[in-house]
Design a protein around this ligand. Sequence first.
Ligand code: ZN
Length: 345
Amino acid sequence: MIGGAIDNMKTFEQFVNENYKPVQDETCGIEDNQVFRTGDIINYAEKNYEIRDVKVSDIIKFSSLSKENIDDMYLISVHAGGGIDDLIKKYGRKATVKNLNDDEKKRVIDLEIEKCMKTSLDYPVIVVTDKNGKYKGLLDGNHRLVKAEKLGKDTIKAYVLPYDELVKNLENIKMKTFEQFVNTANNKTIKDFSYVIEFFKNFYPDKNISNIPVYVISEDEWSDGKARQTENDRKGGIRIHENQIDKDEEIGWLIHEVGHVLDLRGERKPYLVSKEEFDGYPNEDDEQTPMWYQFHYLINKGLSEDQVIDLEKRDYSDCKGGNVLWNDYKDKFFRRYYQEIKKKI
Ligand SMILES: [Zn+2]
C-alpha cells in the first residue's frame, strides 16, 4: 500500500551479516513514542561529534542484552533476527525472555551472544546523556557493548549525544513526529492531516499518537528497497513515500499506517473474516488492526461498498509494489470485510 509500517522481518542469515556493522534502517530509541532511524542518528553524530572512548562498565547496564536486562527483552526483538519462530508461536508476541524455560532461555541467549561476537568494535556505539551530562541510555550498539564486555575491554568507541538536543533537532535528522508531520504538511489535496489525530481520539481518548515517528523517504529509497522495513520492540514508525504526500487521502491510507503502529505496540484487533474463508494477504495477522481502523473511517465517511472497492482498486493499481496488484480475491475479500465492519457500527 501507500505508506508502510516498519514491520518486516529479516532472515537470521541477513541479520547476522548486517550486524557486523550498525543497521542503518533499524529504529532505535530509549523512550516509548520517541524512536529514531539509526542511520539518521549515525549521520547526525558523524557530522556533529567526535568519537570518544567510554568506559564499558559505565554504560553496560544500558544494553538490552546485558545480564541485568536480557530477561526483559521481547522475543519479538530476538525474532527480528529469526531462529526462534517456534518460541514466538508458543509464547506469543508479547512474551519476554523471562517467560521461557531454562533450555529455551539458553538457546535465545546463545543466539544473541553469537550475534554479539560477530559485530565489529570499529563502529562507535551511540550513548545519550541527560540534562546534567549523565549517561541516560544507549541508542545503538547493544550487541557491540556486550562483545566489549565479554572480551574484557575497558573502553569502547562511542558518540556521546545530549538526548534533548536530538529531540530538538528532529527536523535536521530527517525524522518527524506525527504531530510535526501534520503541522508542516502543506499540499494541495491533503490540506489538513489533523483529522487523523481527531479520528484516533474517538477510539483512544487517552492515547497519544502525536509522537509516532514519520519518515518521509525519497522515490529512490522507496523503489530500490533501501529503506527496508524493520520491527523494533513493537514501537515502529510510519514510512511515507514523498510523492504520496500529494496523493488524495480519501482511502484513509494514513489511518491504515497508524493502525500498523498501534498493532506493533500491542493493540491488535481480531480477525473479522475467518482465515478459512480468505487465507492470505490482506487477511493476515498484521493487517487486521490497520484495516479495522481504515474501514471504520471509510464507513463513517458514508462510503458505500462499491465506493470503497473503487478506492481500494485505484489505490492498488497506483502502487508500484508489484506484489499487491488488484484481483478477484481482493475484491471479494474487501467486500466481506466492509460488511463485517458495517455490522459493528
Ligand atoms: Zn497494511
